[in-house]
Ligand binder design. Structure first.
Ligand code: HT7
Ligand code: ZN
Length: 847
């Protein structure tokens, strides 16, 4: 049935020692000649090469053209029979024709606004030429590009160039998924970097003419990343040149092709007028992420795609650590956990749950998930916590020494930690191979100056995995005395049993335990804790994560009760007071304390508590709590709004960004009282996108943004990235009853260029982010969304499949909503010619 299984992995029977490619570019008929030097490793094996949508022009071995009986050509590849192959090393030459201009799937060689570019991960290279398109086949590449365009780029170092041609050589053996080619009318934002050992590296960010003044931030972020990888991991850059190219049509965020990173222009281009603080932070993180892949992904890659989290989890962990050092560490940690719980816990609890290292798939593009990336990063963080900072560095040094130039597995990775630390990680491996978020229940016992913490763990069943063994869980704990002093500093308890107790002796008075500090493991902590204890931790915990978590737990509990008809919890409203008044607390941290759990998270929490979430009631509860906070703290919030104004020219740094975040959080609350007066004034005077967009979003949420929405469009209609924000915000923040109708209207807007993935994601992502709007009981949101997935699928299956995850929570809801979603999933599944991507997703979603 097309399922690919980890258990079926076999090494490739040939070694590819050299690849030479020649591209003759033409939009409708590009010719690609490939010369592969091959060494047979298994006598008698046929040569099987992947290839899709290629028109074969010729094929020859050692200069002799192949006859029709020598090979088999199918829709998925070319197999040269063993009888036609020499036993000694040989050269295969092929020529194919492809049509980049007809490639709307944005995989392989395609065109974006007149520019040629490639996307080969995971399996796009097979749409360029016949090749063993699998990550464990690594080879040095030389590339010649011929085309009447001013800029012709590929991987590695430039060799030579002239008018209409260029040659590149990449000396580092790489898998085909890291191949890249870019050709177009581009301009460079140049830079340079001197490595720790004194080598000069040329840096360029290539963009379309007119965008060159928006590259400065990305360039500085790149230099910071290069320096950080040297100091934190001892890793230097290894080519003479590092190129980044920004393209408008791109299926994901960016791609780490060797020496030639290709970026969605959204994650490169930034100016104060067009990008928000969070855009700037994200750009820095993505630039770093792709750069860090040079070692974790490129120099050491994955043996097969089941091992994807080997490079992605580790590289996310590295980019998170980088951002934590560049900005405010605790704030970054809280933001990462918010994302993990909102998206990965949601995935783990639904029909798409899978282990960080899956063992089967139909379409690998469907496995670039939050579980592989974000949970993969949490697992690396747990390993680091278990072996300590020095142990982690020793393990990583060993990893780079032992595996440089290799295609590796999770087993190789864990072995490095075992060898460097002397620890047995057999039980720890469950984190990689099992799906599901463990529940960790804790109870306390106090007697004779001893506090006993008893933990019980269990992991619910997930698709294909009913029984789960106990995990090895690092639980960071600290104890606070009743006056807030820390009596036991952070200690890591290692839980390995289903039920396990830990004692703290010699305590004069009963302490308050701060458990799972810094969110030391990706689990759901179940703890019977009253409001007073949470308020105490919100006021006193010395661990910033758990301090925030205490307030978050109070807010969540309050909202869950409100969604079932209760009024706002006075204790929660009181507890916020000291946080708002504490000027010693970082503004960014205070902003996070004012951020209420999202409607989707509340639905998740209610479902986990055995209830059926009502999206309308959740929305109403959240709006009512915002109003109650504003009423109770109006004076403090007004003071914050005035005090947090940032004078002078805009800087994207963490400190002013934190002040703006707190100010905008106060604005969103105050808008519930002032009818939007402050937001309207801010919108009129804002000099940067952070404030302009923050004010606009607050007005949209009030349903009172008609004039501002129109003004925003008039001003920014020529700017594609800003217009994406315009589409997204109107749908994500509007009153839910308006969302589906507005989505239909916006899809009629002439600026809704639905074949552009950013624009499609802006509109559809905006709608699905409006929880009560998307889940409107009429089913209008579901129907509109499904219509568009069906329409996009033949054009861009990857993006259609990815966007289908909006339906992953359908089993949480009432029978009426469930029936509506099921009908839409059935309708999608019944569509003729559905892609492998979307049909796998719909099949899994239906469960
Ligand atoms: N390794 C890359 C993942 C990727 C991708 C990027 C763009 C288009 C399609 C893609 N498929 C997979 C990006 C990263 O994780 O860094
Ligand atoms: Zn990555």
């Amino acid at each position: 049935d097309g399922t690919i299984r980890l258990a079926d992995y076999r090494p490739y029977p040939f070694e590819v020692t050299q690849v030479a490619l020649l591209f003759r570019l033409a939009p409708g008929a590009t010719r690609v000649r490939a010369r592969l030097d091959l060494v047979p490793r298994q006598p008698g094996a046929p040569l099987r090469l992947d290839g899709e949508e290629l028109r074969l022009i010729s094929a020859a071995i050692d200069g002799e053209a192949l006859g029709g009986n020598d090979y088999l050509l199918t829709e998925t590849g070319l197999t040269i029979h063993a009888a036609a192959l020499p036993e000694a090393p040989f050269t295969l030459e092929t020529e194919v024709e492809i049509a980049p201009e007809a490639n709307t799937a944005l995989e392989g060689l395609y065109m974006s606004k007149g520019m040629y570019c490639t996307q080969c991960e995971a399996e796009g290279f097979r749409k360029i030429t016949f090749y063993p398109d699998r990550p464990d086949v690594m080879a040095p590449f030389q590339v010649r590009i011929e085309g009447d365009l001013p800029v012709l780029l590929s991987n590695g170092n430039p060799v030579a160039q002239g008018p209409g041609w260029a040659e590149w050589h990449d000396p580092w053996p790489k898998p085909a998924y890291l191949f890249a080619l870019v050709a177009g009318d581009l301009v460079a934002h140049p830079g340079s970097f001197t490595t720790a050992s004194g080598r000069e590296v040329t840096l360029n960010i290539w963009v379309r003419p007119g965008d060159e003044d928006r590259c400065g931030f990305a360039m500085e972020a790149l230099k910071r990343s290069m320096r950080w990888d040297e100091t934190a991991y001892g890793r230097e850059y290894d080519l003479d040149i590092f190129n980044i190219v920004a393209v408008d049509d791109f299926n994901m965020g960016a791609m780490e092709n060797k020496g030639l990173n290709i970026f969605n222009s959204k994650w490169v281009l930034a100016s104060p007028e067009t990008a928000t603080d969070s855009d700037f932070e994200r750009i820095e993180a993505i630039i770093a992420h792709e750069y860090f892949h040079n070692w974790t992904g490129n120099r050491i890659t994955c043996r097969d795609w089941f091992q994807l989290c080997l490079k992605e989890g580790l590289t996310v962990f590295r980019d998170q650590s980088f951002t934590a050092e560049m900005r405010l560490g605790p704030v970054k940690r809280i933001e990462d956990v918010i994302l993990l719980r909102a998206r990965q816990f949601r995935e783990d609890q639904g029909p798409l749950a899978h282990p960080p290292r899956p063992d089967h798939y139909k379409e690998i593009n469907n496995f670039y998930t939050v579980t592989v990336y974000e949970k993969g990063a949490e697992i690396v963080g747990m390993l680091k916590r278990l072996v300590g900072d020095a142990g982690y560095r020793a393990a990583l040094d060993l990893y780079f020494d032992r595996h440089d130039g290799q295609a590796c597995t999770i087993e190789d990775w864990l072995k490095v930690f075992e060898d460097a630390s002397g620890r047995d990680l057999a039980q720890f491996k469950h984190w990689y191979v099992e799906a599901g978020t463990p529940r960790l229940r804790v109870s306390e016992d106090w007697a004779e100056e001893r506090l006993t913490l008893t933990f019980e763990q269990s992991t619910p069943p997930s698709p294909g995995q009913m029984e789960k063994a106990p995990r090895h869980i690092p639980i960071a704990v600290g104890l606070l005395s009743p006056n807030g002093d820390e009596v036991v500093p952070t200690t890591v308890l290692e839980m390995t049993e289903a039920r396990q107790s830990f004692c703290f002796e010699g305590l004069a008075t009963r302490p308050v335990a701060s458990i799972l500090r810094d969110f030391s493991a990706p689990v759901i902590l179940e703890r019977a804790q009253n409001g007073a204890e949470r308020a105490f931790l919100l006021a006193h915990d010395t661990d910033p994560f758990n301090r925030w978590e205490a307030g978050n737990a109070l807010a969540r509990a309050c909202l869950m009760e409100m969604a079932e008809g209760a009024g706002p919890d006075g204790a929660y409203l009181d507890a916020l007071g000291p946080v708002l008044a504490d000027a010693a607390l970082d503004p960014a941290f205070r902003a996070l304390c004012l951020r209420l759990p999202s409607e989707d998270e509340l639905a998740q929490a209610l479902h986990a508590a055995g209830k059926i979430p009502d999206p309308d009631a959740i929305h109403a509860a959240r709006a009512a709590l915002m109003r109650a906070i504003a009423q109770r703290h109006e004076a403090a919030l007004s003071e914050i709004y005035a005090a947090m104004a940032v004078p002078g020219p805009y800087q994207p740094d963490a400190e002013p960004a934190g002040r703006r975040a707190l100010r905008l959080a106060a604005l969103a609350l105050l808008s519930k009282l002032d009818g939007g007066a402050r937001a309207r004034a801010l919108f009129a005077e804002a000099q940067n996108m952070t404030e302009s967009f923050g004010a606009l979003s607050a007005l949209i949420a009030l349903g009172a943004a008609e004039a501002e929405t129109a003004a925003f469009r008039t001003r920014w209609q020529g700017d594609r990235l800003v217009m994406d924000k315009w589409f997204m915000a109107q749908l994500a923040y509007c009153p839910p009853g308006l969302a589906a109708g507005l989505a239909r209207d916006l899809a009629e807007d002439p600026l809704f260029d639905w074949k552009n993935p950013n624009r499609f994601r802006a509109l559809m992502g905006g709608l699905s982010a409006n929880h009560a709007g998307f889940h409107d009981r009429s089913g209008a949101g579901y129907q509109f969304y499904a219509d568009w997935l069906i329409r996009l699928d033949p054009v861009n299956p990857q993006t259609a499949a990815r966007m289908s995850t909006a339906f992953e929570t359908w089993r949480r809801f009432d029978p009426g909503r469930q029936a509506l979603v099921r009908d839409e999933l059935d309708r999608i599944a019944a569509t003729t010619g559905l892609s492998r991507d979307l049909s796998e997703m719909v099949q899994r979603l239906r469960g």
